[in-house]
Design a protein around this ligand. Structure first.
Ligand SMILES: CC(C)(COP(=O)(O)OP(=O)(O)OC[C@H]1O[C@@H](n2cnc3c(N)ncnc32)[C@H](O)[C@@H]1OP(=O)(O)O)[C@@H](O)C(=O)NCCC(=O)NCCS
Length: 182
């Protein structure tokens, strides 16, 4: 289990089945907000879907292949962040995240991403972390930018969301770049 007391306001903790209702209710409340950029929100239609997601995330953790953690802000679940996979041959991973609409603008994702960067480089000893964002997702593009990631290129028509194709911008941060930030 991954559990981190980040500061007096924020806790990161891997999802367990006991969180299913809280998580499903949050997704349900933010379905429109999340569906603009994330297809999981479109396909999460009942609590069973959320339980299946949590079980998959736990298996991913056991298999040493990433995990999803909830972000609790002032004791309330406000979003999620995780490693989508871990490539142990190339020693790299990709971070994904989302936040409930009303909790945007407080730095929750920037702070949580910083924690997952520390964990990736210090504890997991990885060499590279990617954050990949749809070209028009202006808010999300600010996260890798704010954290010193290098923009590496564009994958054209990477995904189909809301009736159209979206280009995706790949951002990467290498261990040596992260070390130089300190
Ligand atoms: C993408 C998303 C997570 C960004 O949320 P966000 O609230 O803008 O990001 P953060 O939590 O890091 O907050 C940053 C904002 O808080 C402000 N802030 C306040 N305190 C801060 C702090 N201590 N550290 C950093 N930023 C802080 C920043 O100035 C910034 O505000 P601004 O947007 O007005 O410039 C959110 O919009 C979202 O979930 N969208 C839908 C799903 C999605 O797109 N997921 C990503 C797919 S790639």
């Amino acid at each position: 289990m991954f559990y981190l007391n980040v500061n007096e306001d924020m806790i990161l903790s891997t999802f367990e089945r006991k969180h299913a209702t809280e998580l499903y209710v949050l997704i349900e409340r933010n379905r429109e907000h999340l569906s603009k950029w994330l297809s999981f929100a479109v396909y999460t239609n009942n609590i069973e879907d959320t339980i299946a997601f949590i079980d998959k995330s736990q298996k991913r953790y056991i298999d040493n292949n990433g995990f999803w953690a909830g972000i609790w802000y002032k004791q309330q679940l406000v979003g999620a962040i995780g490693y989508l996979y871990i490539d142990w041959k190339a020693n790299k991973t990709e971070i994904g995240y989302w936040l409930a609409e009303e909790f945007q603008g407080k730095g929750c994702i920037t702070i949580a991403t910083q924690q997952l960067l520390n964990y990736a480089f210090k504890t997991l000893k990885l060499n590279k972390v990617e954050i990949n964002v749809a070209k028009k997702n202006v808010k999300s593009l600010q996260i890798p930018k704010r954290l010193g990631f290098v923009e590496e290129g564009v994958i054209r028509d990477y995904e189909y969301l809301q009736g159209r194709y979206h280009d995706r911008i790949v951002h990467g941060l290498l261990r040596k770049e992260w070390e130089n930030q300190k």
